[in-house]
Design a protein around this ligand. Sequence first.
Ligand code: FMN
Length: 183
Amino acid sequence: MDTLEAIHNRRSIRQYKETPVPDELLNKVLEAARWAPSWANSQYTRYVVVKDPATKEKLAETLNRGNPSAEAIKHAPIVIVACAELKKAGYYKGIVSTDRGDWFMFDVGIAMENLALAAHAAGLGTVHVGFIPDSRKVDEILGLPEGVVSVEMTPLGYQAAEAKAPPRKELAEIVFYEKYGKH
Ligand SMILES: Cc1cc2nc3c(=O)[nH]c(=O)nc-3n(C[C@H](O)[C@H](O)[C@H](O)COP(=O)(O)O)c2cc1C
């Protein structure tokens, strides 16, 4: 699939079939995440692949009831939780290098969008689920060690219903030239 086509047509998928995902496709999307750029190529994003229904149920319980992806976390055949080792991205020789602090959210975000695009190209659905009020509950469920935190989770599976594209702002609203606010 053409890259721009994948970027345009990928959607957040919130309804899934129970059909299992072959390991070959799972590995393909994880490979796409592996090849994401990262701070100084430090590669401190980690992925926990969850298939156990009881664990998926627990993960879904960490979301607010109103989260439109809670059912998908429960019922999709696979959930991937993206985690990061802290104090690596944005650091040089153990010292924070920029006034933006820890860049782990940035590295995880890039990697997970790679994963989402690869999944779309492979005929699979995903949705970035980041609205997790207390992510320490996720850390506990998955047994994350000290210094590693969960960032987001996504269901992975075959979509059960069409998803409509929410509108995007026009370029004129979000792009400036030379100075902020200048068109
Ligand atoms: C960082 C981040 C967190 C998100 N968290 C959630 C979430 O908790 N639940 C959910 O249903 N969708 C979540 N989304 C999906 C967005 O709502 C979705 O990407 C947006 O509405 C655009 O729709 P599209 O992905 O179909 O283009 C999240 C997206 C991002 C990038």
